[in-house]
Design a protein. Sequence first.
Lengths: 148, 345, 369
Amino acid sequence: MGRGTRVAVVARADEIGPGERKLVTVGGRSIGVFNVGGEYYALRNRCPHQGGPLCDGFQFASLRARAPGEPYTRGGDGEIIRCPWHGWEFEIRTGRSWFDPERTRVRSYRARVLAGAALDSEETVTELQAETYPARRDGDYVVVELDR
Amino acid sequence: MIDCDVHNVVGPVQTLEPYLDSHWREVLEKSQFAGPTDQAHPPNLATSLRDDLPPVAGQAAGRTVQALREHVLDPLGTELAILGCDYGVESVRNPDAAAALAAAVNDWQLDRWLEPEPRLRAAIVVPSQQPAAAVAEIERRAGDPRFVAVYLPVRSAVPYGNRQWWPLWEAIARHELVAELHFGGSAGVPPTASGWPSSWLEEYVDMPSAFASQLTSLVAEGAFDRFEGLRVSLIESGFGWLPAFLWRFDKGWRGLRREIPWTRRQPSEYVRDHVRVSLQPVDGPPDPVQLERVIDQLGSDRMLMFSTDYPHRHIAEELDAVPAGLAPPLAQRLLDTNAREHYRL
Amino acid sequence: MSVRTRTETIDCDIHNAPRSEQALLEYMPARWRAARAAGGRLEAAVEARRETLGDRSYLGGEYPRATPRAARTDAWPPSGDPPASDLEFMREQLLDRYDLRYGVLTPMLGAGEQLDLERGAALASAINDWQAAEWLEPEPRLRASINVAYEDGPLAAREIHRMASDPRFVQVLLLIRTAEPLGRRKYWPIYEAAVDHGLPVGIHFGGWSRGPITGVGYGSYYIEDTVGMATAFADQLTSLVCEGVFDRYRELRIVLIEGGIAWLAPLMWRLDRAFALLGAEAPSLSAPPSELIREHVWLTTQPIDEPPRAADFDALLHDLGMNERIMFATDYPHWDFDAPDRALPAGLDPDVRERIMAGNARSLYRLDG
């Protein structure tokens, strides 16, 4: 995390368990923060299609099949978020859509865990934390980087 | 120039007698069974027979190879033409009778059309309502390179993508034949999602719905994923409806592809890669500029293949073999290259 | 939170639903309540209606769909009641959020699909009374559609006559998949009654023919069901035209709801060409099919067609030539909802946008203000 990176503290780390998510508002933007397989990811809660609340959608395993009649191959549970309007699928790790991963994406943000003690010492932690989550020195926190 | 849709008309079932065994000849004689009724082209309709074609040696257009030569092949300078015999064996419920009639039609095609006229190729007529029997007929004919396709009436009782048809697609793919979905068919089920229309006019107008349903089925069921290299022709489907249909299908797929996870590309991409469409009937807008735009919306200059649909008629005006307004490179593809590549002629 | 829309918006397709089947049964005569009670499943959702005594429809065409009740997954009210069953939540999520001037209710609760036609008629009446009491009374922005048991013309006409005096009911509602093509004589009493009262007839996505969902049998997947609906619209409109319905009922106005719009210009090209050749089969037609369609037919936008090139959207409007007839709809709360602020292309001509978003519906449904 270099100088000039703005981060927001959005949750205690134990607050978003594996497979869970939390919707937060940071700087006026609605963002979904996901724990997929123990890692944290954050996506803009706005589908690039018609602006639907993407992060309100159901989560799924990614799904492939080589051909009909052959096994359905499932990826990790919950690694796909599907917009509640129109069903477009996005990979939570990258924000890429399933059907057009190069050109159709949702804004994604880096999310990670910081120790509470580290929050104080990180000079790049900004005033944004106040409006999002009252961090304390103890425990671990999920932070979302707003610029990258 | 390649004409991908000309018709050889069987006419009365007695035409097939020389090609049936003694059992089925006896059945025809004793039962007076008249064979399939031609529901796609009732004889007295304006669409069924061009009235500008005089009989040749006492035979109506479409009935003899001589008439076909004089009406189409010679005047147009056709290099190759592909016969699509729309004898409706799918309407015959007795499975052995249907299979026997299909085999007889193919023998008749060989004897009366392919042998005497080297410019002709043909689609194999199969009892399409029975996948196993259809496969057997394909196996019987596929060794003859003059059979380049399999004729499937676009109206079926179950959509062709359904897994019950997989043996048929497997045989078509293995023999590197083209599957021709052809206007018409008498599958015994209502031809719309809302029952039987009152008039043949409606059935005629409704036919693209059957083509759209079949394309939807083939893509959704993963026929093109399972049988790589599969080639499908839409014959007499029209194409004015195709861009709007593909927009809708692509849109639906973006949200629902999870239900059919074997599909890896937008439906329109499968269609552009695997499907070709016969030119006639041109059912697009009358204005040539608009028509050119519709052709452009197909998204590929490889989609359309020239056809006359001899001896049928689809437009009231004088026939223009190729619609006005087609740019020369597209015209060349349409007249020749697209069919040559698709059928590997 | 409300969304800024640039133009006034009227939503022509909102699917309100009862909180439970019981909520609707309360509006039905004792005979049907008793039949239902005997079935012993009073708590079952309407979705499960086919399991219940007295309620028989749509047998043998089941598809797992994308979402429960085909609804937006964010459309479930906090109460846990079904989507679009809670007026307060509908206000929040739709009426207020998009500042709708009016919304037209189009409940799809199976009245026309009942195999028992009398039950269908009773259900239709219940739906209409329920709409009046629980939706139109408390919410002045809403208008409603008269549900009818449309497979029986006289029964349907009776219900139209019963409801037509309430000006908040602005159209009759049929579904696009019916037992027979909609131009056939059995449906004429519906058109006659609608014309008598100056009501348009809306025909909505869905329904059941009593047979396969396409003209070539049952598809295997829901995507075939939903994508294929455009073909049902094309075939039904073809029937209405060719059977001379527009010549017989010259004041009839048909609204095709949830069919999208791009399929219609190609159908008109094809119909006109076919009519020129085969018109002897439709001797009653007073004009080429495209003229009759442009005179008698309205369309709603959703699911909005999305050609990959922006110019093709303008082209399809041009080909249609029906800018006075296209009306915006959301299809709330269904999963293929179109958002008022995002559905139409950004570059659309402002006058055309205004007509589509509100003006055309205002004229057709005679909405004030």
